[in-house]
Structures are given as structure tokens and as C-alpha cells.
Design a protein around this ligand. Structure first.
Ligand SMILES: Nc1nc2c(c(=O)[nH]1)N[C@H]1C(S)=C(S)[C@@H](COP(=O)(O)OP(=O)(O)OC[C@H]3O[C@@H](n4cnc5c(=O)[nH]c(N)nc54)[C@H](O)[C@@H]3O)O[C@H]1N2
Ligand SMILES: Nc1nc2c(c(=O)[nH]1)N[C@H]1C(S)=C(S)[C@@H](COP(=O)(O)OP(=O)(O)OC[C@H]3O[C@@H](n4cnc5c(=O)[nH]c(N)nc54)[C@H](O)[C@@H]3O)O[C@H]1N2
Ligand code: SF4
Ligand SMILES: [Mo]
Length: 896
């Protein structure tokens, strides 16, 4: 710690790995490093975590309540919310009000929301975005174990002989856990790695075996493994006899092994399938890590149980290096499950059985509490659409983007009688519909606890003052509850008091009946809460604090009748959301490495926008040829639900007949790139989780008369998209704001149009004519704006162009290069690294230099370091490097 500066230990607000951070403030600057003492990451950090300092500025923050579009104050706003919720409830009953909350809330906020709805208002219509994320894992755990208990910890992943990743792009989505796994494999020992994913992800590319299974076929794979274990004498019969039930039924449902037929259905070779089965049977310690490729499916719960079945049948659970490991996505997805934030849970891992309802009612001290499950997310918004739910409070989530059938969700939000949105930014797609907007504290300001994937509770501490009128979410809830007459039940002095109450409820009449018991923390003083070190549950009163997650099923006892875990009979058919001749491609959606969900925070960090500045559809070359689609052109994707416009990127990572798009782009960042507008979201019958990984679509060229790229220095970039563009996407880069443009109609005054974007510049250089036009605006000899227009798509080398905004004064070589549309030559090739271009002696080090300077085409690489510009023999290699240029910023981030 430097004198005069403070260092705070806190937790990352992004993924469920839950890394510990050290944050230092130097004046306005915030520096974030990994906390070496935190057991989840031991000092490690990923790109998103290390860029957190770039997201804490107060531009674009919601800093005051807004009522009916007018800036207001808390008193007025809370009066209004309380009055409307009370009136609607009095007139239409408890079922007419609802909340939709988030795994990004702190446990204390989450607890307050749950108590408010299920307790004070006696309505179970509170659900969470975890419905789109963890619901199938929860349902699968409950079916198998009797309780939603995750049996594993991160050190199990390191200690395994075999790690199987199912529907998890761990390298991008849980980067620090992935780093831990790879570090344990570094010396050639450590676990073998098998990845099941229809895409060849960055994770799959580094696996010992990648099974590119057809979408939705995981139950077929794991039922086959169960049959294999039975046929190869690999069932752990003593374990099965002592601790489980249902094996015979599960085996019957799994059907015969029939390797060839099964492999055909899964879209992999029989030999690869057999190697996986053999590896599993031969490895003493196996951890199967699963994520959204499993959960976000119309058969998600069956996928979860098919995975758990093979662990139970082979006794690979409840001991070191073993178990089915559902990893959480959001920083507090696990905490939300603890408080009971899902509509089908009541509180503290208790469901709606009569004695639980009575127990929770007595603990909370209300006359009545919700006595039956409420509506799950998708159904909840349908009920809003039908006008049955008339008052809705959305907190910490952006359903207008992240729910499937987003058009219907928007219609529902638009006609909802009374909508409250608690947010940290004012301009989300959901906030646009709000009657009342409430400003919440953001990461760095809010103070409380979160629980990560391995049941580890960590403090998230404030290191910044509350800005403007922003307040913790729990205070907003307490304020409304007070006004509705429930004051004493929400009369907490601070988040520590809420945490104590939550801990006490977990222990209340528990007596070992529920795994989730943190009774030892119920008596924590305010100072103890402030100083709380990361600790894993269970942590019952009198128990020792667990610095690492204990093997919770080590005793073979499960929270089911007779203490036995259940193998669930799972149908082998799998899902196949079917494609047909009109919609011939199966669309998959998910995450990119450097963006977070609907981009409300990550899009503000220029470094994080380098990786993928524009929303793309990733397609196999063969499909693009068949459909006559051109690389880098704009395409329109259509499903039965809606459409989206995206840049086409050819990628060998996507299988033939499939397509992939990121889930991230929302209203402020693109004209029409919502994944949710395409997905119909067929529901899993057990969990109510919608399908977000398989949707039949068609893809056609988007008719574009003019393509454009506009780069404007930050201080010139008005946020409104340029008038007249039918397609646009916006990215904040290091030295400028970039807009990718498409115009469907020609006009005869393009030069004037381009000049209008550069008004106020000292001088404007221009070049070109009808085919292609470049205008560069200068202020004080520096680039202030750049407009490129042409008949052909022109998206490449944007990072090179953006880098020129830092050049002062803009040199003659750069001016020439801009007007020529090609990067200037860098220093002569050094030949460093692997030999690539024999003609000019350029090595992989030279190629890396060109990529780093912004080259994104073989032509640009040729212009910059000459490689490939003579005989062309190395062009295939260069194309491959460009195809994999995903990896480049990864190296940069790691090297920072
Ligand atoms: N960078 C980044 N990291 C994140 C997030 C983020 O927004 N950005 N979000 C966080 C959150 S909330 C979550 S839930 C996690 C999600 O983390 P992941 O689940 O790892 O991420 P996804 O990209 O949604 O999906 C994972 C993979 O499932 C594959 N898949 C699709 N269909 C199938 C199938 O039928 N079977 C199998 N086996 N695989 C299939 C997809 O191709 C994809 O590669 O990430 C967390 N971490
Ligand atoms: N097509 C498709 N759709 C998906 C998925 C997919 O893979 N494909 N994945 C699904 C999954 S797994 C998830 S988790 C969801 C995520 O989807 P969302 O939850 O909708 O995504 P976020 O962008 O994280 O939204 C969080 C919002 O809360 C705000 N916020 C942040 N911190 C706070 C706070 O402390 N208080 C308050 N009040 N607000 C805050 C942020 O500004 C942001 O607007 O998306 C789901 N949707
Ligand atoms: S791995 Fe997850 S928790 Fe850790 S720094 Fe990265 S985003 Fe944050
Ligand atoms: Mo998630």
C-alpha cells in the first residue's frame, strides 16, 4: 500500500469463479490486481477482471430516481412504487405483482427481495435470470440429491485424472478456473481433458479429445456411457447398493450401448466415443464440469441427471478429484439459490412443502407467506403480456435483451401497467420501458457478500463513495416495504444485519436436515462481517470454518428418503430442435471472451472491445458457399420468432449446418443484433429453463448499397447513430469510437454526407470516388474523424485505423496509407519465430507484429511485413492465423 492510498480486498463482479481482488485507488484511477490470498484464484486474474478499473467512471450512470421520465428524488419515487404495488395487490391479489431479479445482486439485496415478495407480499412471483442459467442444474440436483447441493470444489478439478467439460467454454467463460486446470496439466501430468461441444471453441482446441457432439445430444452420450459402464464391469456395485436407488430403471432407459448407432446420433465417430467411454471407465478420479451447453436446453434437466447418473453408478462422487460439477455463471448465482430467489424455492434451500412454509413464516414473523411456487421467468413475462401481472419490479437484469422471444417480452414490458427498474445505467433496453427508474450502487460502491461456484462466500467490499443519489438495492426494497406497512421486518441497519438474518434462517430448525447451513455466521458482529475471510458452506454453528469446500457427500448420505441418491431414468433421444429446408441452419448462441452479457459495463472498456468490435454470425465456409454468402458481408438471420442483422464471419470452429452468434449485442450497441429476438426458447419441462442453444434459422444476404466505417475521436462522437444507416454497430476503441455502417439505398451526395460527419475539423483530406471514398478530418494535425464508404464491405484493419488517432501530428506516411486504404510498411521482416514466408524471410514474430498493429487481412500483413505478397505459398498459413486471431488479444491480455 502506498501512503495516502487505500487498498481494499474485494471480489470480481463478473463470473462465478469468484476471484478475490485487491483494489488500489490513486486519485481517480483504480488499479485492480488478483488477491494472492484468495483461495479461488490465488492472485490470478483474467482480462475482464484486470480491466475493471476502466468501468468505474461515472459517465453513463443512473444517479437519480426517474419517475415518468423526469428526474426525481427517493421519497417521491418510493412513495409511487409503494402506492402502485399496494393498490394493484389490493385490487387484483398477490399474484398480480412480481419481481424479476438477478444473480448479479449481492446476497443481502437478494435476501431482501425474496423476503419482500414471498414474505411481506405473500406472492411467489419472484424469479431470477438464473432461470435462464442455472435452473436445470438446480432441478437435476434436487432430483438426484434431494437438495440443490454442488458437490465439488476447484481443487477437485486440479486433482482429477480426467476432466470432462460438457457445454462449457471454460477458457473464455471461467478463465481463472481454466488457468488453474491448465497449470495442473502443464508438466504433462495432471488431468486428461475431454470437451463435449458442437463448436471447436478455444477450450476444445486445447483438449486431449474434442467430441463435436450434435446440438442437444448429450443425453445420448451419457446414457451410452452408463450402458458402457454396465457392459464393461465398471459399475461400482457396493457404492450403488449402499447409497443409491434407480440404477436398473436408468439403465433400461439408457437402452443398449450400440456404439455405432449411438455415435451416429451424436454426430461423432464410434472410435472417439469409445475412447471417451474407456477413458472415463479407466480414470479413478473424474470431474465432469458442465455449464450452459447442458442447462440451456429443452432437455437440460435430463442432461444434468444423465451426467450425475454416471458419477453415482461408478462411485465417482463424494471423494477428492471426483464429481459432477455445475459451475455458476454469475458472481452470485449461488447466493441467489441460497436465499431462494427462484420462484419454485421458498428460502434457504427450503421449498414449498407445508412444514417449510410454516417454518419460514414463523421465522419471518408474517401472518402468511407464499404457500406455492410462483411463475418462472418465461411464464412470468407471458403473464405480464396477458395483463395478469400488472406491477413488475426488475432488478439487476436486462430481460428485454436476455430473455428469448424478446419481441414479445418488449410488448409485455410496454403494456405493463407499472414497471419499476433498478439499474446502474440509464439506457438499457429494459429501462426504456420503466415508469420508475431507481439508481443502484454499482460494483466498487456496494457492500455485501457473494457465493461462487464452489460454495465459497466472499465479501464484496465498497472502495468508492455512493455517487449521486444511488443506493444499495436492499435499501430501495426496505423503503418500499416500510411504506407498505412492513417496516419492522425490513428495519436493518446495514448489510451485516441482513446477512446475520439470512445465516440464522439457514440454521433455523435445521438440525442437519439441510446442507445449506451457515449458522456459525449468524452471530457475526459488524466488525467480523467487515473482516470476513472467504469461507465455504456448510458452516453450521460450532463447526470449523472450511477454507476449502468439504467433500459434502463423503459419507454417502443424501437429502432423500433413506439417505439415498437417485439415478434418474433419462430418455436417450436428446433434443433436436429440427431444421428444415426453409430454415436449414441450427443456431447456437453464447459468450465471447471479453464481453459480459448485455454489455452495459464491458463495452465501456476499449481494450475489451478489441477482440470482437462488431456482432458477427459465425458460419462454416461450406454453408456460406452453399448459401452464396460472402465473407465479411452483412447477413440477415431469420427464425420463426424474428430476425437479426450481423456481419458474416467464416469459421472452422462451427460445424456444417450450424451457426453461432454472441448473446451480447443490445440496443445501444447495434441496430438489430439481439440473439433473444431469434430464440423461441422451448422450455425444459422440469426446470422451466428456456432453450438458448438450438434454433432453426435461415441466413440471407442483407441488401447493402453502401458499406461504411466511421471512426470519430471520443470527444466528437455524438452517441446517436448516423442518420440514415440501416445497419450500424458501435464499439468504443482506445482512441476513437467506431461505427460499422450499412445503407440499403444509394444516394448521390455521399461526399456531402461524409463531410457532415466531420464538421468542425480544421481540414478534411479526401480520396476516391464512386467506388470507394475516404475522408479524414484533422484537428490540430491530429485525426479527429475518418469516414470510409464503399460498395464492398470494408471492415478489416479497423484497429490499425483506430491506432492512427493517437499519432500526433499525423505523419505523411500515415496520411498516404489512410488514403491508399492499406497500412504502411513496418520495419523489415526479422525472421523471428517459426519460418512463415520463405520469399521475404518473415517469421511468426513478424506476423504477430503486423497483427498487433491492426492487420486483419492477408493483404494488410503483406503491406506491413511483406509476408505472402510474392509467391503466396504461405497464404493458407496466414489465413489460418487470421482465423485464429481470437487468440491474439488473449496473449496481449496475459502479457499485461
Ligand atoms: N466472457 C464472459 N464470461 C462469462 C459470461 C459472459 O457474459 N462473458 N457470463 C457468465 C455466465 S452468467 C455464464 S452462465 C457462463 C456461461 O459459460 P458457458 O456455459 O461456458 O458459455 P456459453 O458460451 O453460453 O456456452 C458454452 C458452450 O456450450 C456449447 N453448446 C451449445 N449447445 C450444446 C450442446 O447441445 N451440447 C454441448 N455439450 N454443448 C453445447 C456452446 O457451443 C458453447 O461453446 O459464463 C460466465 N462467464
Ligand atoms: N441467446 C442467449 N440468451 C441468453 C444466454 C445465452 O447464452 N444465449 N444466457 C443467459 C444467461 S446464462 C444469463 S445469466 C442472462 C444474463 O442476462 P442479463 O441479466 O439480462 O444480463 P446483464 O447484462 O448482466 O444485465 C444485468 C443488468 O444489471 C445491471 N446491474 C449491474 N449491477 C447491478 C446492481 O448491483 N444493481 C442493479 N439494480 N443493477 C445492476 C447492469 O447494468 C445490467 O443492465 O442471459 C441469458 N440470456
Ligand atoms: S475469472 Fe471470472 S471472477 Fe475471475 S477475474 Fe475473470 S471474470 Fe472475474
Ligand atoms: Mo448465466
Amino acid at each position: 500500500m502506498t501512503a495516502g492510498n487505500t487498498e481494499t480486498a474485494t471480489t470480481c463482479p463478473y463470473c462465478g469463479v469468484g476471484c478475490g481482488l485487491r483494489v488500489s485507488r490513486f486519485g481517480d484511477a483504480v488499479q485492480v490486481t488478483g488477491d494472492p490470498a484468495h483461495p479461488a484464484n490465488g492472485g490470478r486474474l483474467c482480462a475482464k477482471g484486470s480491466q475493471l478499473g476502466a468501468t468505474v467512471a461515472l459517465d453513463n450512470r443512473l444517479l437519480a430516481p426517474v419517475v415518468d421520465g423526469v428526474e426525481s428524488d427517493w421519497g417521491t419515487a418510493l412513495d409511487r412504487v409503494a402506492e402502485r404495488f399496494a393498490a394493484v395487490r389490493a385490487e387484483h391479489g398477490p399474484g398480480s405483482v412480481a419481481m424479476y431479479v438477478s444473480g448479479q445482486l449481492l446476497t443481502e439485496d437478494y435476501y431482501a427481495a425474496n423476503k419482500f415478495m414471498k414474505g411481506a407480499l405473500a406472492s411467489a412471483n419472484i424469479d431470477t435470470n438464473s432461470r435462464l442459467c442455472m435452473a436445470s442444474a438446480v432441478a437435476g440436483h434436487k432430483r438426484a440429491f434431494g437438495e440443490d447441493t454442488v458437490p465439488c470444489g476447484y481443487d477437485d478439478v486440479e486433482a482429477a485424472d480426467l476432466v470432462v467439460l460438457v457445454g462449457s467454454n471454460l477458457a473464455w467463460c471461467h478463465p481463472v478456473l481454466y488457468q488453474r486446470l491448465q497449470a495442473s496439466r502443464e508438466d504433462g501430468a495432471g488431468p486428461m481433458l475431454v470437451v463435449l461441444d458442437p463448436r471447436r471453441t478455444a477450450t476444445a482446441a486445447e483438449a486431449d479429445l474434442h467430441l463435436a457432439v450434435s446440438p442437444g445430444s448429450d443425453t445420448t452420450v451419457f446414457n451410452g456411457l452408463l450402458a458402457w459402464l454396465a457392459e464393461h464391469d465398471s459399475i461400482d456395485q457396493p457404492y450403488v447398493d449402499a447409497h443409491t436407488e434407480g440404477l436398473d430403471d436408468a439403465l433400461a432407459a439408457a437402452g443398449p450401448l450400440d456404439l455405432a448407432e449411438r455415435a451416429g446420433r451424436c454426430g461423432v465417430s464410434a472410435a472417439d466415443l469409445a475412447s471417451f467411454y474407456r477413458l472415463f471407465a479407466d480414470s479413478d478420479r473424474v470431474v465432469t464440469v458442465f455449464s450452459q451447453g447442458v442447462n440451456q436446453s429443452s432437455v437440460g434437466t435430463d442432461k444434468v441427471n444423465a451426467i450425475i447418473n454416471v458419477h453415482l453408478a461408478s462411485g465417482r462422487i463424494g471423494r477428492k478429484g471426483c464429481g459432477p460439477f455445475s459451475i455458476t455463471g454469475q458472481p452470485n448465482a449461488m447466493g441467489g439459490r441460497e436465499v431462494g430467489g427462484l420462484a419454485n424455492q421458498l428460502a434457504a434451500h427450503m421449498d414449498f412443502e407445508a412444514d417449510n412454509v410454516d417454518r419460514v413464516r414463523r421465522f419471518w414473523g408474517f401472518g402468511a407467506v407464499a404457500g406455492a411456487p410462483g411463475l418462472k421467468a418465461v411464464d412470468l413475462f407471458e403473464a405480464v403480456g396477458r395483463g395478469e401481472i400488472k406491477a413488475l419490479w426488475v432488478m439487476g437484469t436486462n430481460p428485454a435483451v436476455s430473455l428469448p422471444r424478446s419481441q414479445r417480452v418488449r410488448e409485455a414490458l410496454a403494456q405493463c401497467e407499472f414497471l419499476v427498474v433498478s439499474e446502474v445505467v440509464p439506457d438499457t433496453d429494459t429501462a426504456a420501458f420503466a415508469d420508475v427508474l431507481l439508481p443502484a450502487l454499482a460494483w466498487g460502491e456496494k457492500d455485501g457478500t457473494v457465493t461462487n461456484s464452489e460454495r465459497r462466500i466472499s465479501r464484496q467490499r465498497a472502495f468508492l463513495p455512493a455517487p449521486g443519489q444511488a443506493r444499495p438495492d436492499w435499501q430501495a426494497i426496505a423503503g418500499v416495504a416500510r411504506r407498505m406497512g412492513f417496516g419492522p421486518s425490513f428495519d436493518w441497519a446495514g448489510s451485516a444485519a441482513i446477512f446475520r438474518e439470512h445465516a440464522a434462517l439457514s440454521a433455523f430448525e435445521n438440525n442437519g436436515a439441510r446442507d445449506f447451513d451457515i449458522g456459525a455466521l449468524a452471530a457475526l458482529g459488524d466488525d467480523g462481517y467487515d473482516a470476513l475471510e472467504p469461507v465455504c458452506w456448510p458452516f453450521p454453528e460450532g463447526g470449523p470454518p472450511a477454507a476449502r469446500p468439504v467433500d459434502i457427500f463423503a459419507d454417502g448420505q443424501f437429502r432423500r428418503p433413506g439417505g439415498r441418491a437417485r439415478l434418474v431414468a433419462v430418455n436417450s433421444a436428446g433434443t433436436r430442435a429440427a431444421t428444415d429446408t426453409t430454415r436449414p441452419l441450427m443456431l447456437n448462441s453464447g459468450r465471447l471472451r471479453d464481453q459480459w452479457h448485455t454489455m452495459t459495463r464491458t463495452a465501456r472498456a476499449p481494450r475489451l472491445n478489441r477482440h470482437a468490435p462488431e456482432p458477427c454470425l459465425y458460419l462454416h465456409r461450406a454453408d456460406a458457399r452453399r448459401l452464396r454468402l460472402v465473407a465479411d458481408s452483412l447477413v440477415r438471420v431469420r427464425s420463426c420468432e424474428g430476425q437479426a442483422d450481423l456481419r458474416l464471419k467464416l469459421s472452422s470452429s462451427v460445424g456444417q449446418g450450424q451457426a453461432f452468434m454472441p448473446m451480447h449485442w443490445s440496443g445501444p450497441y447495434a441496430s438489430s443484433a439481439l440473439a433473444g429476438s431469434l430464440f423461441a426458447g422451448a422450455l425444459d419441462p422440469h426446470s422451466g429453463q428456456p432453450e438458448l442453444k438450438a434454433q432453426a434459422v435461415s441466413v440471407e444476404p442483407l441488401a447493402v448499397a453502401r458499406h461504411g466505417l466511421e471512426l470519430l475521436a471520443h470527444d466528437r462522437a455524438d452517441t446517436a447513430p448516423p442518420h440514415g444507416a440501416d445497419y450500424w454497430a458501435h464499439a468504443r476503441l482506445d482512441h476513437c469510437e467506431a461505427r460499422f455502417l450499412g445503407f440499403s439505398d444509394e444516394r448521390d451526395d455521399w461526399v456531402e454526407w461524409a463531410r457532415s460527419r466531420l464538421v468542425g475539423c480544421d481540414s478534411v483530406l479526401s480520396f476516391g470516388g464512386d467506388e470507394s471514398l475516404v475522408l479524414a478530418g484533422l484537428v490540430d494535425e491530429r485525426l479527429a474523424g475518418l469516414v470510409l464508404l464503399g460498395r464492398q464491405p470494408r471492415v478489416r484493419d479497423v484497429h490499425w485505423l483506430a491506432g492512427l488517432f493517437a499519432e500526433a501530428p499525423l505523419g505523411a506516411a500515415s496520411r498516404r496509407a489512410i488514403l491508399a486504404g492499406m497500412p504502411p510498411a513496418l520495419d523489415a521482416p526479422t525472421g523471428e519465430g517459426d519460418a512463415i514466408c520463405a520469399c521475404f524471410g518473415a517469421g511468426s514474430g513478424d506476423i504477430d507484429r503486423a497483427l498487433e498493429a491492426g492487420a486483419a487481412s492477408t493483404a494488410a500483413i503483406g503491406a506491413m511485413v511483406r509476408a505472402g505478397s510474392n509467391c503466396g505459398a504461405c497464404l493458407p498459413e496466414l489465413r489460418q492465423v487470421l482465423d485464429e486471431d481470437d487468440e491474439l488479444p488473449l496473449k496481449m491480455a496475459a502479457g499485461e
